[in-house]
Design a protein around this ligand. Structure first.
Ligand code: BES
Ligand code: ZN
Length: 630
């Protein structure tokens, strides 16, 4: 796919515009001020000239060739006398292009390849053109498509395919305007091998059909990064009136149990933020190579299997992806520099859903752990690193790099700070109106700040000064008015960890009723230089090497690497071999890379198992393990 190592020079080149090629010039071109569209540094498209409003896909999924092959018809709206349509592509083969329903052939050309961004597709259109038909196929290297072989699935017999379009991979499976500022509706006809089922971020089938042909309609307008497709040996199980799970038959029962409280979460969110506007809310459990915990594809959240732990203790992930149905999917960051508007708001709403469904004390535990993760992230990045700003400048880099803990947790705690300053009732009203007024539109940081000011802060200068929202948004590090959070439940856990670490008997630690969060706190409190004897004691008392909860296991493995506890290494190797979730792998490989022996071992394992990981996961891991080659 698109290589990311030369992004910085490429972008400097683009910004200073020392080029005579048209498609590069496009990147720096000013858009007219009257347009509803903003200029996106990560897209070649010019929606203010001609914007795509609807897609009709007709694709065949070929597991042998690892390609999608077929046609997309784009509905467009043009302004003025526009003669060219600009689209984004990544490694696509464009076979032919026609205009209108009578399909008159037209000319097109592909622009120069730009690392990371792919190639512009520039199509000749007429001023009255409203439909453009593109016949194309994808490359087996497409960054969006993960072709999973049968041995890497739960059932072991059938292949699996899923897409990951966010942030800028939609262009590697569909030629389109790949910017979060452009919204489209879509319909699709997808042909798959008859033993498999296809589902999309759309109205979905609940059963397989004998022909293997599936038709989809998505009537709500969405940005391109929410286009999604999955194909596998899937079964559907309802968990409520408007909720259900798709999974391989081997996992469907476990998934239906784990996510059985989803309806209660929707009810909580609707109470505060207004109606859920997307019809159904289903989830799909993907193979372990899925690099994310979850992805908020509308109507159908995509999930890692690593949250199937049997006790529903990791369902904050569902609260998070569901919350995107307001922040992100309904009101969408205009480009990836505004990502905190998606992820920070979502993390805040996630916390409100968790509080409502599971109680204040439970949510306090999550808040304390989240604040600690943020503190660690700031420490790692350095408190004066521009990456610690909420509004980031990714025009010099990979939008994937913007996804640190900062937009998530610094963003969330800013909203917590505002909530505490103005009072919950006023703040909830504000947010609800914000979602209503901006539904199905995009949002920039600047427009949000204006809106916040005029609606909530303008008549109280003192409040506005003490909150200092611009300081949070445009400043580095963590501000002085960062909200205090505390948890009595976790304080007790810390206390017992410290008594034990100072020689107290392990049998005094009362772990009855401990959830994932208690365990995480406990393991974070164990001294990093714990002795072999202490580690043995923990392992034999709590069977940590055998934990089937990946959050707990990873925390334990990090501690084991740091304290040189080799008894845990087989469990570490097994985990690295079986799990593809990037968040876990990055932490573990980075910890290994802190010592020369660890780095050597980490590289060996990675070489052995990299074929199992997702393309984007390998990119991140290469940056950690082989920085000099990147
Ligand atoms: N939208 C993100 C996943 C994402 C971000 C994909 C950036 C591609 C680029 C999703 O909502 C998310 O935040 N997932 C988190 C969930 C967690 C914070 C609860 C994850 O996967 O870890
Ligand atoms: Zn998210």
């Amino acid at each position: 796919m698109i290589k990311k190592s030369v992004i910085i020079p490429a972008m400097i080149f683009l910004i200073f515009g020392c080029s005579n090629t048209k498609e590069v010039a496009n990147i720096v071109e000013e858009k007219p001020v009257t347009s509803e569209y903003t200029k996106d540094p990560h897209s070649f498209s010019r929606p203010w000239e001609a914007a795509v409003t609807h897609l009709s896909l007709d694709l065949t999924v070929d597991f042998e060739k690892k390609t999608l092959d077929g046609k997309v018809s784009l509905k467009i709206k043009t302004s003025g006398n526009v003669r060219k349509l600009y689209l984004d592509t990544g490694d696509l083969s464009i076979n032919s292009i026609t205009l209108g329903t009578i399909e008159t052939p037209t000319e097109f050309r592909l622009g120069e390849k730009v690392d990371l961004l792919g190639q512009a597709l520039i199509i000749d259109i007429l001023p009255r053109t409203s439909i453009v038909n593109i016949y194309y196929s994808t490359s087996p290297k497409s960054g969006a498509l993960d072709w999973v072989s049968p041995v890497q699935t739960a059932g072991g017999k059938h292949p699996f395919l899923y897409t990951q379009s966010q942030p800028i991979f939609a262009r590697t499976w569909i030629p389109l305007q790949d910017s979060p500022g452009v919204r489209i509706t879509y319909d699709a006809k997808i042909k798959v091998p008859p033993e498999l089922m296809a589902v999309m971020s759309a109205e979905n089938p609940m059963e397989k059909n004998a022909e293997g042909v599936y038709n989809f309609i998505m009537p709500q307008a969405i940005p391109s990064y929410l286009l999604a497709l999955a194909v596998g040996n899937l079964e559907f199980r309802a968990t409520g009136q408007r909720t259900g799970v798709y999974a391989e038959p081997e996992l469907v029962e476990a998934a239906a149990y784990e996510f059985g409280e989803t309806e209660a979460m929707i009810v909580s969110a609707e109470k505060i933020y207004g109606p859920y506007r997307w019809g159904r809310y289903d989830v799909i459990v993907l193979p372990p190579s899925f690099p994310w915990g979850g992805m908020e594809n509308p109507r159908l959240t995509f999930l890692t299997p690593t949250v199937l732990v049997g006790d529903r203790s990791l369902v904050a992930l569902i609260a998070h992806e569901l919350a995107h149905s307001w922040s992100g999917n309904l009101v969408t960051n205009a480009d990836w520099n505004d990502i905190w508007l998606n992820e920070g708001f979502t993390t805040y709403i996630e916390s409100r859903i968790m509080e409502d469904v599971y109680g204040v004390e439970y949510e306090q535990m999550l808040a304390v752990l989240d604040k600690e993760s943020l503190r660690r992230e700031v420490e790692n990045l350095g408190a004066d690193n521009p990456a610690t700003k909420l509004k980031v400048d990714l025009a010099g880099g990979d939008p994937d790099d913007g996804f640190t803990n900062i937009p998530y947790q610094k963003g969330r705690f800013l909203l917590t700070a505002i909530e505490r300053a103005v009072g919950r009732e006023k703040w909830d009203d504000f947010l609800r109106n914000y979602f209503d007024q901006n539904a199905f539109k995009n949002m920039t940081t600047e427009r949000f700040l204006e809106h916040l000011n005029s609606e909530l802060l303008a008549d109280n200068q003192q409040l506005s000064d003490s909150l200092n929202v611009p300081g949070w948004v445009y400043g580095v590090g963590l501000p002085d008015n960062f909200p205090e959070v505390s948890s009595d439940l976790l304080a007790k856990v810390s206390e017992s960890a410290s008594v034990w670490a100072n020689g107290g008997p392990i049998s005094d630690i009362e772990t009855d009723g401990w959830t994932t969060h208690h365990w995480l706190q406990f393991l974070r409190e164990v001294p990093r230089d714990a002795s072999k004897k202490q580690m043995d004691e923990l392992n034999s008392a709590f069977a940590l090497n055998e934990s089937n909860n990946p959050e707990i296991l990873v925390e334990w493995l990090l501690l084991s690497i740091e304290s040189g506890y080799e008894t845990a290494y087989p469990a570490l190797e097994k985990f690295l071999t079986e799990v593809g979730r990037r968040k876990f792998l990055k932490k573990l490989y980075a910890k290994l890379a802190e010592t020369p022996e660890g780095l050597k071992w980490g590289r060996e394992i990675h070489e052995k198992v990299r074929f199992k990981y997702h393309y984007s996961t390998n990119l991140s891991l290469d940056k950690i393990l082989n920085p000099e080659k990147m």
